[in-house]
Design a protein around this ligand. Structure first.
Ligand code: MLT
Length: 268
């Protein structure tokens, strides 16, 4: 595992891991909610021979400071661009999983020239429906009252494919611990930010960079039908459905996932 590094971004210390050669093409990974940079450990190790691989903790997650500002996809998108500035990276291939995808889609609208290509993994471009928003508000109230234990248990059921509970016990355990180790306050602030996020579907036809959409065949949160719609909205996109995977494709099917990433990046 590479040594953890920290850098000041928009007045908070952001923690990140980096592998590969400093002069190789940067491949930047953005984790989903409520996880952290360690969900990309396999990719950092496997893809380092070809790329400069970087995974960072979104503010409040892992080892990154949260700061006082209200969380929003807009703030997270600004952080992503400021993080690239801080590392002096002009252009990167950006790979965002779920909330990581929302953040990438926010940032690309502000500075499209920073994106050499975009990988949208188990994510969507729509905003929350009124029902979805209401559910997030109820979850905030539930966590404030009961803490994270039941929330974490319930989340696991939605995150993984049924078969992964047998075949990927370690990954399930890892995600369980990751959720429990994340401050409840950070989870609640992010749930509010997720509920308030704007849609980015209307921007998709304007995307000029190559796009690769990846989705687990059993993703219950952002299913293949959603991924297909997103792919159709982009001019130059390819869709890859990964079998026997739920919402955490890079963890549940790392070999298939890494192959799609490598094939795509080679093709850009
Ligand atoms: C994620 O994995 O980032 C979440 O499922 C995103 C969401 O709740 O919309």
């Amino acid at each position: 595992m590479p040594t953890e590094k920290r850098i000041l971004v928009n007045e908070v210390e952001i923690s990140y891991l980096q592998t590969g050669a400093a002069n190789a093409l940067p491949l930047l990974f953005i984790h989903g909610f409520p996880f952290n940079k360690l969900m990309w450990t396999n990719q950092l190790e496997t893809l380092k021979d070809k790329y400069r691989c970087i995974a960072y903790d979104i503010r409040g997650y892992g080892q990154s400071q949260a700061g006082d500002k209200d969380f929003s996809m807009d703030l997270f998108g600004d952080d992503l661009l400021a993080f690239l500035d801080a590392l002096k990276i002009k252009k990167a291939v950006v790979c965002g999983l779920s909330m990581g995808g929302y953040i990438a889609l926010n940032a690309i609208q502000k500075q499209p020239e920073r994106f050499a290509a975009l990988l949208l993994v188990d994510t969507q471009c729509g905003a929350d429906t009124p029902e979805g928003r209401d559910k997030r508000m109820k979850t905030i109230a539930f966590i404030k009252k009961n803490g994270l234990e039941i929330y974490a248990e319930e989340s696991l059921k939605k995150l993984f494919a049924t078969s992964s509970f047998q075949s990927h016990k370690q990954q399930v355990q890892f995600i369980h611990e990751t959720i429990l180790n994340t401050p409840a306050e950070v989870i609640c602030r992010t749930l509010q930010a997720l509920a308030d996020r704007k849609e980015s579907c209307s921007y998709l036809p304007k995307v000029k960079t190559p796009v690769c959409v990846i989705v687990g065949s059993e993703d219950k949160i952002t299913p293949p039908t959603v991924a297909q719609k997103m792919t159709d909205a982009v001019n130059r996109a390819q869709l890859n459905v990964i079998e026997a995977s739920g919402h955490l494709t890079n963890l549940e099917q790392p070999v298939a996932f890494n192959k799609v990433v490598m094939d795509f990046v080679r093709s850009i």
